[in-house]
Design a protein around this ligand. Structure first.
Ligand SMILES: [Fe+2]
Length: 263
């Protein structure tokens, strides 16, 4: 167009260059907007994570450690960078629905009654409801929030999905969540050693957890990652979280049904 003879568009070839640049400019503008939107959303996830933290100072480290474990598990499972990012995002806010649980139940120092436990079991659905306005941006993150307490044998909640019916992201975060809960303990339940927790995870392969994920979990656990031992992980993060110095009680959410007795 620039060199056409006779020259197009009023005899000046430069118009053709301007016409060529307009779509390039809009493509660039659109991409900038997408990047800004993504950054804003990531900040929103941080904000939500801080909101859970404000409710229970220990939940932050719980979510952080679950995120570290789930991320390693996702990587060893061959998931790509975008999928790993989704899992990390979902792990950080998987318990966002706890905001809807009364403090008297969430921080109860003793064992929960059946009725109280039934209220706790609503937190995955509360979480989805809470984030409904952002559903366009959350996609698989919703699956993590909603299904991280489902079990391989179909005896989990909220829907009782079984096996491959449970989205892979939720299976990964569910396993990471269980290991973190076992090694963290509860006011009424002593924390397990990393070795005992690994043994329990393996005993529950094919019952509560995806057996393939359990095999991958054992492999990465043996490489001695920082998240394996909770004390090591806490030391690493204590500089980031000053409130750690004044230890407060753990949330009384029962650890995900990990005991063989419950089967
Ligand atoms: Fe949970």
């Amino acid at each position: 167009m620039y060199s056409a003879d006779p020259a197009l568009l009023g005899g000046w070839g430069g118009w053709s260059i301007i016409l060529f640049l307009i779509p390039l400019y809009y493509a660039r503008f659109h991409w900038d907007e997408v990047v800004k939107l993504r950054e804003a959303f990531n900040k929103t996830v941080d904000l939500l994570s801080n909101t859970i933290d404000a409710k229970d100072s220990h939940t932050f480290l719980h979510s952080e450690r679950v995120t570290a474990i789930a991320s390693a598990l996702a990587r060893s499972h061959g998931l790509d960078a975008a999928q790993i990012h989704t899992i990390e995002k979902g792990s950080r806010i998987h318990d966002i629905g706890k905001i809807g649980i009364p403090d008297a139940i969430l921080f109860k120092p003793g064992s929960l009654t059946e009725e109280e436990y039934n209220i706790i079991k609503k937190h995955p659905e509360y979480g989805v409801h809470l984030l409904e306005p952002a559903s366009d941006y959350l996609n698989e993150t919703f699956d993590i929030i909603k299904y991280h307490h489902e079990r391989w044998d179909g005896r989990g909640y909220p829907e009782g999905l079984a096996g491959q019916e449970i989205p892979l992201w939720a299976r990964i975060v569910g396993l990471a969540d269980a290991y973190e809960a076992m090694t963290a303990g509860r006011p009424y339940q002593k924390a397990k050693s990393p070795e005992d927790a690994l043994q329990e995870i393996e005993d529950l392969a094919g019952i509560q957890f995806d057996p393939k994920l359990v095999r991958a979990f054992r492999e990465i656990w043996e490489t001695n990652p920082t998240w394996r031992d909770r004390e090591v992980f806490l030391r690493l993060y204590s500089s980031k979280v000053p409130s750690l110095e004044s230890s407060s009680p753990f949330s009384s959410e029962p650890e995900p049904e990990t005991s063989l007795k419950s089967n």
